[in-house]
Design a protein around this ligand. Structure first.
Ligand SMILES: NC(=O)c1ccc[n+]([C@@H]2O[C@H](COP(=O)([O-])OP(=O)(O)OC[C@H]3O[C@@H](n4cnc5c(N)ncnc54)[C@H](O)[C@@H]3O)[C@@H](O)[C@H]2O)c1
Length: 304
């Protein structure tokens, strides 16, 4: 199939590109930059542009069967600073993608929402897909709004949206310049012998998923007939202190830890209920935290 990956040069997108290529698809990537950690791949059709450039976006969408949309300029920590920009740079360009899709007859759009941000402070845990949507960041509001538009277009034009709500993915090629990804950030700090900062007392538990596990499930769902929202996570809560303990074991380095105030845009305890996806794909042997951290550490050492 002909696949367009918007945001395909980022952390998650680059792994998605890999699995698409392995499975024999023709891959086109639309992104404002090339990959940070790899040279361009010879068998990918890169379109380097921004979503604001509608003619180039349209060109990139020609002949495409499935669109994966992973582009986002904001993360929870930055989104509340400029909410207008969040609408302009993330919501409006996505509406352009949807309108062009209708025009071009592209029915399948796989959208990367967020399992950590759309639900807000959990009312029940683990959090299933029917949990109330009460975001505490503009990032979460934009994600939830885009989900609603995807469903609106589904009703109006019979499109087939698949919405992925990932927990906290981690693994090789995760940058830390956008302040997302605690495991990658800690490992890089340790590598450069800096202290690490923990917001709160370190007992906040979150759901972490190794990138390969996320991508495999996303791939299977995308090429199924499933339409709707899916939590993709490990289904387990792991505390920051547990992560630090495992990181110390893996790296052989005990970092200096500075505990700081809790951030008001962050959901501190969340574990995703993954019953829905497991019911469709079955259970799978998830990568252990130990192995995932070890793979990420090996990668960090290989690039620096
Ligand atoms: N990484 C996480 O922890 C996490 C968790 C939940 C959801 N998500 C969501 O998954 C998606 C992918 O996340 P990621 O970690 O790979 O992010 P990333 O920042 O590594 O990749 C996003 C890519 O999109 C591109 N991009 C952004 N705005 C663009 C624009 N206007 N035009 C063209 N390209 C643009 C960037 O250049 C980048 O290469 C995002 O939508 C993110 O919100 C990520």
């Amino acid at each position: 199939m002909n696949i367009l990956v918007i945001g395909g040069n980022g952390f998650i997108g680059s792994h998605l590109v890999d699995i698409l290529l392995i499975n024999g698809h023709a891959v086109r990537v639309f992104d404002s930059v090339y990959e940070r950690y790899r040279k361009p791949l010879s068998n990918v059709d890169y379109r380097i542009s921004t979503l604001e450039n509608i003619p180039e976006l349209y060109e990139a969408m020609l002949g495409i069967d499935i669109i994966f949309h992973l582009a986002s300029t904001s993360v929870p920590s930055t989104s509340n600073i400029d909410t207008v920009s969040d609408i302009n740079k993330n919501l409006l360009p996505t509406l352009n993608i949807l309108n062009l899709s209708v025009k071009l007859g592209i029915e399948r759009i796989v959208y990367f929402s967020s399992g950590g941000a759309v639900y807000g402070i959990p009312v029940t845990t683990p959090i299933n897909e029917n949990h109330p949507i009460q975001p505490i960041s503009s990032y979460g509001i934009i994600k939830a709004t885009i989900e609603n538009y995807l469903f609106l277009y589904h009703r109006l034009y019979n499109t087939k949206p698949l919405i992925i709500r990932p927990s906290n993915p981690f693994g090789p090629r995760q940058g830390h310049y956008m302040a997302q990804g605690v495991i990658s950030t800690f490992l890089r700090k340790i590598k450069s012998r800096e202290h690490i900062t923990v917001f709160g007392d370190g007992n906040a538990t979150k759901d972490y998923i190794y990138i390969n596990d996320l991508i495999k499930q996303c791939y299977k769902l995308s090429f199924s007939d499933e339409v709707g929202v899916y939590n993709l996570g490990s289904g387990n809560g792991i505390s920051i202190n547990q992560i630090i303990k495992q990181i110390s074991k893996t790296t052989g380095i005990t970092p200096e830890v500075i505990y700081s105030d809790v951030k008001n845009f962050d959901v501190n305890h969340f574990v995703l209920d993954i019953t829905k996806v497991s019911g469709i794909l079955g259970t799978y042997p998830a990568t252990s935290l130990e192995k995932g951290i070890s793979e990420t550490w090996n990668w960090i050492n290989s690039i620096s």
